[in-house]
Design a protein around this ligand. Structure first.
Ligand SMILES: CC(=O)N[C@H]1[C@@H](OP(=O)(O)OP(=O)(O)OC[C@H]2O[C@@H](n3ccc(=O)[nH]c3=O)[C@H](O)[C@@H]2O)O[C@H](CO)[C@@H](O)[C@@H]1O[C@H](C)C(=O)N[C@@H](C)C(=O)N[C@H](CCC(=O)O)C(=O)O
Ligand SMILES: Nc1ncnc2c1ncn2[C@@H]1O[C@H](COP(=O)(O)OP(=O)(O)OP(=O)(O)O)[C@@H](O)[C@H]1O
Ligand SMILES: N[C@H](CCC[C@H](N)C(=O)O)C(=O)O
Ligand SMILES: [Mg+2]
Length: 488
């Protein structure tokens, strides 16, 4: 039996009408899911206002309504709890409802613009390989020990988070690595979770459609570290100019990693080739199978975290050298006959695209062409479009602009905005093909022996979203099929 008063523990309440000593069934923030004796939390969203659905929730049998402003019609027998912040109330209630599973886990949050999925997934792989029961909440998938569940968000809503954390605790999971997105922090999806550690990767232009400006985006990320408890560690990238800013007001124990400046976990790239990186971390040398300078940062974050969580250095080094790239993160195939390399990468921000292209250029050996296929998602930050057009054209020898989840927007209009960023001297390098499959096919047919094709933006995604409908689509499958069919 779960009581309303128990799940309201620690929730700052402004006013209560009715009794809270009542047994409740489920907790929901979507009125459409309400059944008899459930609790409905009204949230002001970006598309609609949950307060408009209080009546619907009541009609469907809600026993209690949690809201920021009380409705005009107060119905006898229903308890109304007025709170200052429904998002926060939902997160605290969700944690209470599932009996605060994060208290029984070592939960590590990874935040920053790029690298969250890579770091959290590889930490999951590493701790699993070290023999621990491990959990993962990531953009790509959710893992409860060995069991896989589909992910809908990078950081899901608090009910989803806490229900999975509960499953993890019940399955004996000891460590859980989770991505903490800026939307997640801003919407307080992670409020009430007990973190054992926080990792900051880097901060660059992203999600400025959602956040007011860069400062707000940065400050939102920072609140995650401000809220870490004393017992936690906070590990930051000292080479990123916002890295130290993140730790300014944290109560956690602070640590740094860096390639360029002094840091607790100091790294050096000794070799950077197509078959991996030779790194020196503090005084240890190791080969890892991942490629590119940005992955050296990810490796430092992983090394530091494993060390802070008490793993033995020797073991960590050995496990790190076995790590394989994460789905859709610099995944590649090479065609046997023509030796064409096709790389699929989730880079969907200017910074990530630049990183991937610079990485490929840094390990290109000769005059081979670098043919990039890229687009930008619809209903997302439009300011990044010309920037990505500029980067793709400047750092590739040929570019095909195409669609990447146009969602409700006109795909051609998005492509025009990308094209607007191409410097005139590179016009000749670019062409645009709206149909993504056709664009990939054309890139493959343009490739000669030893050339490199980068298909950027969708990574692990297995669909293309057009007009609210998701069509099956897999960059890696499509590009592999076309390059292996090439015979010249
Ligand atoms: C902009 C945004 O973040 N939206 C998220 C938000 O929805 P919302 O606030 O817009 O909801 P809304 O549709 O306006 O509705 C407001 C409220 O009314 C309720 N409602 C609505 C209709 C109804 O009939 N009855 C009812 O009760 C809704 O359940 C909701 O509580 O809260 C929902 C529940 O948690 C999320 O699913 C939804 O994510 C949408 C789908 C989304 O696309 N989010 C992306 C942008 C996102 O969060 N991305 C980040 C980062 C990705 C990255 O780093 O690249 C992520 O963590 O995934
Ligand atoms: N440390 C890093 N610094 C810069 N770029 C990176 C880093 N790690 C990965 N990338 C690049 O950014 C892309 C996204 O990486 P990843 O999926 O790990 O990030 P993320 O933070 O989870 O992104 P999202 O916000 O979309 O969930 C990768 O495909 C890679 O090209
Ligand atoms: N988590 C990100 C992923 C973007 C991936 C890209 N393929 C796109 O659709 O824009 C978002 O939903 O904004
Ligand atoms: Mg991610």
């Amino acid at each position: 039996m779960i009581y309303l008063k128990d799940i309201l523990y620690k929730v700052p309440i402004e006013k209560t009408i009715g009794v809270t000593a009542v047994a409740i069934n489920n907790l929901h923030f979507d009125s459409r899911k309400i059944e008899l004796n459930d609790v409905f939390v009204a949230i002001r969203g970006s598309l609609s206002d949950g307060h408009d659905y209080i009546k619907m929730a009541a009609e469907k049998g809600a026993l209690a309504i949690i809201c920021e402003s009380l409705p005009e019609l107060i119905i006898n027998g229903i308890t109304y709890v007025q709170v200052a912040d429904s998002n926060k109330a939902l997160a605290l209630m969700a944690a209470n409802y599932f009996e605060n599973p994060s208290d029984s886990l070592k939960l590590i949050g990874v935040t920053g613009t790029n690298g969250k999925t890579t770091i959290s997934s590889l930490l999951y792989d590493l701790f699993k390989a070290a023999g621990y029961e491990t959990g993962l909440l990531s953009t790509v998938k959710i893992m409860v020990g060995e069991k896989e569940f589909p992910a809908t968000h990078t950081t899901p809503d608090p009910l989803t988070i806490n229900s999975y954390l509960r499953k993890m605790v019940d399955a004996g999971v000891e460590f859980c690595f989770m991505e903490v997105s800026s939307h997640g922090i801003h919407q307080k999806r992670t409020e009430g979770l007990h973190f054992a550690g926080g990792i900051f990767t880097n901060l660059s232009h992203d999600h400025l459609d959602y956040h007011k400006d860069f400062k707000e985006y940065r400050d939102v990320k920072k609140t995650f570290f401000d809220q870490l408890p004393k017992s936690a560690f906070a590990l930051t990238n000292a080479d990123d100019k916002n890295g130290p800013v993140m730790l300014q007001n944290t109560n956690a124990r602070t640590y740094t990693y860096a390639l360029k400046t002094y840091a607790d976990y100091k790294g050096q790239i000794l070799e950077n080739q197509f078959n991996g990186l030779l790194l020196k971390i503090n005084n240890n040398e190791l080969w890892v199978k991942l490629i590119g300078a940005f992955n050296a940062y990810n490796m430092l974050a992983i090394y530091g975290t494993a060390d802070l969580l008490g793993l033995e250095t020797i073991e960590v080094l050995q496990l790190m050298s076995n790590l394989e790239s994460v789905a859709g993160r610099f995944q590649y195939v090479v065609s046997e006959e023509m030796n064409i390399t096709a790389i699929v990468d989730y880079a969907h921000t200017p910074d990530a695209l630049k990183n991937v292209l610079q990485t490929i250029n840094s390990i290109r050996t000769g005059n081979e062409e670098l043919i990039t296929v890229v687009g930008c998602g619809g209903d997302r930050d439009a300011a990044k479009r010309p920037k990505m057009g500029n980067i793709a054209a400047s750092l590739s020898t040929k570019v095909i602009f195409t669609s990447d989840n146009p969602r409700s927007e006109d795909p051609e209009a998005i492509i025009h905005q990308i094209e607007a960023g191409v410097p005139p001297e590179h016009f000749k390098r670019t062409l645009s093909i709206t149909d993504r499959k056709q664009a990939i096919k054309t890139a493959c047919s343009m490739a000669n022996r030893n050339d490199i094709i980068l298909v950027a933006g969708k990574g692990h995604e297995t669909y293309q979203e057009i007009n609210g409908e998701r069509f099956e689509f897999n960059d890696l499958e499509i590009v592999s099929e076309f390059i292996t069919a090439l015979k010249k």
